[in-house]
Design a binder for this molecule. Structure first.
Ligand code: SF4
Length: 424
């Protein structure tokens, strides 16, 4: 940790005068990680997750090395289309998390606030804005985002468009599904294809889009099968790995590399032992750096993180005969679109499907959608007799999280879970 902190301090000290050098330092750090994980994977990390680790690191590295082939997105953007143009997607949240991994998030957040970005804005946005403003994040080819759930996304990308001339394309996604809504989104997707064709000088290959969607369907089938097996198997993981899953379930879904990862995941679990612990379904972001949470959940069977619901926000098959309609439906019917009741219903289903014994919801500081609905979710879980804990903090700005408070609440909750078991 000290080494990372020192490296982070070096990046922070280098940024004001030489932002490109600071970027180079980040790239060097990432390359070193790719190499280290390739040669000497973490002890106890399952083989499939070693592959996931590489996928995540390489995605971030590519955004920093090849900005001309990179699109800034949120996790709901139609990345399948972008892949067909040889473009890679990096979400603002993922890039921000990696900065936090280098312990430089405070610098970029302060940088954003110093130019007038509201202190109350979610730290993922501030971190990203600060990184771009400081010149450490290179300008992408364009940004593609959706109007769903997050009240910050559209404004962040528009701000970056005005200040740094990174063109932004916003998909307006209606709250409710209807045929009209589907057609409305399909028209916007066609418009996006036009923009992509113009920016890249390439034409969309409909067969490639078809193959991408087929690989996505197969990836999801394998993931569902893995989760089913996981109800009786213990496949070690960490909070960071659950976050890295977003690179597979969202940002690179449909790619060959991603499909290979899911094939490995689904097969590898067979060689792991039976599961005897308590299964936890995690809702929303994970403060991967919190010492207490790491101690209780990273590579632990007693209280086992079965899944994070963000990775399971849309698990339906895509209709490959009508790819644009399928992508429109994927966004319209996403658990994160529309009324909060949709999320409650899906979380309740996941508790059943995954045989989870408890739910933990993390309220990320500055995120209005998560704080606004969490009590409704808690009420539903109470009715269903599912123990649920709400934790507050910041998933990446270490200054906003208090380990002592989290420790007290978490330990009281786990004790309760243990008592429930004794009663049974
Ligand atoms: S945590 Fe909430 S506010 Fe922040 S990026 Fe995610 S949805 Fe938006």
């Amino acid at each position: 940790m000290d080494v990372i902190k020192k490296y982070g301090d070096f990046i922070k000290n280098t940024t004001p005068e030489r932002p490109e050098r600071a970027r180079k330092l980040i790239r060097l750090g990432l390359k070193e990680e790719v190499l280290r994980h390739g040669l000497l994977p973490d002890k106890g990390m399952p083989k499939a997750y070693t592959r996931l680790n590489q996928l995540a690191l390489k995605s971030v590295l590519s955004a920093l090395e090849h900005p001309e082939k990179t699109v800034w997105t949120n996790i709901f953007a139609p990345v399948e289309l972008l892949q067909c143009f040889g473009l890679s997607s990096i979400s603002m949240e993922c890039l921000s998390s990696f900065f936090s991994g280098f312990t430089v998030e405070d610098y970029f957040i302060d940088q954003a606030e110093s130019v007038g970005i509201a202190a109350t804005l979610c730290s993922y946005h501030k971190n990203f804005i600060g990184g771009v403003d400081a010149g450490v994040v290179p300008k992408a080819l364009l940004s593609v985002t959706t109007s769903m759930i997050c009240d910050g996304n559209v404004n962040t990308f528009r701000y970056l468009e005005e200040k740094h001339q990174v063109p932004s394309f916003v998909l307006d996604i209606p709250d409710e599904y209807s045929e009209d809504a589907e057609n409305y989104v399909v028209e916007q997707l066609k418009e996006l294809i036009g923009v992509l064709e113009e920016r890249t000088g390439r034409k969309l290959d409909p067969e490639e889009l078809n193959r991408t969607l087929e690989r996505e369907n197969e990836s999801k089938r394998l993931y569902r099968s893995f989760l089913k097996k996981q109800s009786r198997k213990y496949y070690p993981n960490t909070m960071t790995l659950h976050l890295y899953m977003l690179f597979a379930t969202h940002l690179n879904i449909g790619s060959e590399e991603c499909l290979e990862f899911f094939q490995k995941l689904e097969k590898d679990i067979d060689s792991y032992p039976d599961f005897h612990g308590k299964g936890v379904l995690w809702v929303h972001l994970m403060p991967y750096y919190q010492e207490t949470l790491k101690g209780y959940f990273n590579y632990q069977e007693k209280y086992y993180l079965k899944a994070c619901e963000m990775n399971l926000d849309y698990m339906e098959d895509l209709d490959t005969a009508h790819p644009l309609n399928a992508l429109a439906r994927k966004m319209l019917n996403n658990l994160y679109n529309g009324p909060y009741e949709r999320k409650i219903k899906r979380v309740a289903e996941l508790v059943e499907e995954l045989h989870a014994d408890a739910v933990i919801h993390f309220c990320h500081w500055g995120c209005k959608q998560s704080a606004g609905g969490v009590m409704l979710l808690k009420e539903e879980m109470r009715k269903r007799g599912v123990p649920m804990l709400i934790l507050d903090g910041d998933a990446m700005d270490r200054r906003n999280s208090h380990d002592g408070q989290i420790k007290t609440r978490l330990e009281a909750f786990l004790e309760l879970l243990d008592q429930e078991e004794e009663k049974e």
